[in-house]
Design a protein around this ligand. Structure first.
Ligand SMILES: Nc1ncnc2c1ncn2[C@@H]1O[C@H](COP(=O)(O)OP(=O)(O)OP(=O)(O)O)[C@@H](O)[C@H]1O
Ligand SMILES: [Mg+2]
Length: 368
């Protein structure tokens, strides 16, 4: 069986590297402070949170909340309660019995079949309750849980936190801040992809958690660490800098490296040369050709020019005369299209006049 599961979260046992990040996050959480974890997509934010949780002392109650698909505040509340239920270190029966005592203001909790119908899960009934009350009750409950189970404090990881920006009628971050200030035994990990996160929480001075978080940037796993990890799983060696080549091409993105190794494993190559590396990368890019063509076609012409300009400028001066001439655009029109693409999270400014396309593989496809 191919050992590279690039669409599954890595198991705790197989987690590779990131000693520094693990230590840093754990120390911040142990000190009851908040983490702002950000990084481009698919580098390993979620994996890092879960691994950190597994290493925390047992007197810290850790709750992981995936906000990926929330569309309103009630979804947020439901996700919060579901995550707390998941994290409670009791049997299903005990959870059922104790839930009402801990979260007193809820209507109750019911047993529902899991999505796969293999078992049952607990679903708290939040109908008819006002959001503020639900939030209050959740944090009161967490305090009670701490007291009863001798936890020193709770850490709530809110993954894909940028999703709360979708909810415009209620300022969830402001409400969380209020509660956090009243509850010294709760701290947060806010995690998500770079741009939105910075905007929502750090860049703007009037954002509720401004100045109240310590940033952790999740970049590529250290190259030698992930090389050793991949070689062991492949039972093969990368020769002549072929790994460094791949690592640099995919900007160290964990998922893409694993996806490339998946292919190398299928090809059963023992000594992976530069030729093999180039071949496997080209193959991967080609497989996305249809998808990327369609995607590219959907952008307005002005934005297509930005992509071409970024490729042409190789991430350097996009607004140089040479590039502007090459893509036949004026500075002003290009500027507008750049702003639009930044808003859509398609590109990121990396320096003065320098931009990168956020989807690594899309950028590689465009370059070719
Ligand atoms: N330290 C690690 N060791 C081994 N595999 C890892 C590690 N970190 C991440 N991965 C793998 O890389 C892929 C992406 O990881 P993950 O989902 O944690 O990233 P993410 O930054 O949360 O992505 P997204 O932006 O989509 O939420 C997964 O297949 C995961 O198993
Ligand atoms: Mg994630």
């Amino acid at each position: 069986m191919n050992p590279f599961n690039y669409d599954k979260l890595v198991s705790l046992k197989e987690f590779c590297g990131r000693e520094d990040e693990l230590k840093k996050v754990a120390n911040i959480v142990k000190g009851k402070n908040n983490v702002l974890m950000y990084g481009d997509r698919r580098y390993g934010k979620t994996s890092l949170i879960k691994k950190t949780f597994s290493l925390l002392p047992t007197d810290i109650f850790s709750v992981y909340i995936d906000l990926y698909d929330i569309v309103d505040e009630m979804d947020f509340a439901q996700s919060l309660y579901n995550a707390v239920i998941d994290a409670m270190p009791f049997s299903l029966e005990d959870k059922f019995l104790k839930f009402g005592d801990i979260f007193k203001r809820l209507n109750g909790v019911s047993l529902t079949p899991t999505k796969s119908f293999e078992g049952v899960s607990l679903k708290p009934d939040i109908r008819g309750r006002d959001f503020d009350e639900l939030l209050e009750s959740a944090f009161e409950g967490l305090t009670r849980l701490c007291e009863k189970n001798k936890y020193s404090h709770v850490v709530l990881a809110l993954d894909e936190f940028q999703q709360i920006k979708e909810i415009t009628n209620i300022k969830i971050d402001a409400k969380l801040r209020k509660i956090a200030q009243r509850n010294p035994n709760v701290c947060f990990i806010f995690s998500g992809s770079k741009r939105n996160m910075l905007r929502a929480l750090v860049s703007s001075q009037n954002s509720p958690f401004y100045g109240m978080t310590t940033p952790i940037v999740v970049k590529g796993i250290n190259s030698p660490d992930i090389q050793t990890y991949c070689e062991k799983k492949l039972d093969a060696r990368f020769v002549n800098n072929s790994f460094t080549y791949l690592y640099d091409e995919v900007r160290g993105q964990t998922r893409l490296l694993l996806q490339l190794c998946y292919r190398l494993y299928s090809d059963q190559i023992n000594h992976i040369t530069m030729n093999d590396a180039e071949h496997v990368l080209s193959g991967l890019i080609e497989d996305y050709d249809d998808e990327f063509r369609e995607r590219f076609m959907r952008f307005p012409n002005g934005q297509k020019k930005v992509f071409k300009g970024i490729v042409l400028s190789k991430g350097n001066k996009l607004f140089s005369n040479k590039v502007l001439k090459g893509i036949n655009a004026s500075k002003q029109s290009l500027n507008q299209a750049v702003s639009a693409l930044e808003k859509q999270d398609e590109i990121t400014k990396t320096g003065e006049g320098c931009y990168q396309i956020n989807d690594v593989l899309f950028q590689l496809w465009l370059s070719r």
